[in-house]
Ligand binder design. Structure first.
Ligand SMILES: [Zn+2]
Length: 139
């Protein structure tokens, strides 16, 4: 759900042989790291369902907290709070901008869906848009 990254360049870090965490890009040890999300989830609407890959910034919007905050909830034996935070995203309407691509691995073709952008549904704006579309059909 999340991985350790360098605070300077956001690339993945590994535990150093010495003290701290090694960033291969910056070529140095860091004392600490920042967690970044990499998240997959199944989404559905009235037409179908599909698995989406969601990256850091979009997952923060979806779950309403940073990866570091979520890890704290999980590690401090605050499991009810951790689950509560995850459940906040359930049954919430979001608009997704997605990128669909086809990949092939070992002669197996798969569809890959990445979330590019995410936003809460603004029902007032959407209703105005639909009303304008309906009025345009009258003419
Ligand atoms: Zn770095």
């Amino acid at each position: 759900m999340s991985y350790r990254t360098c605070k300077t360049c956001n690339k993945k870090v590994t535990e150093s042989t010495g003290k701290g965490y090694w960033c291969a890009r910056c070529q140095k040890d860091e004392e600490s790291f920042t967690l970044r999300y990499v998240f997959s989830a199944k989404f559905s609407d009235a037409t179908d369902e599909a698995w989406f890959s969601i990256f850091h910034e979009q997952t923060e919007i979806l779950l309403g907290c940073s990866a570091d905050e979520l890890a704290k909830l999980k590690s401090h034996e605050e499991t009810p709070n951790f689950l509560c935070q995850l459940k906040k995203a359930k049954w919430v309407s979001f608009l997704f901008r997605i990128c669909v691509s086809r990949t092939e691995y070992k002669n197996v073709k798969r569809q890959k869906i990445n979330v590019i952008d995410i936003a809460l549904v603004d029902f007032v704006v959407d209703t105005r848009f639909l009303l304008n579309e309906i009025y345009a059909m009258k003419d």
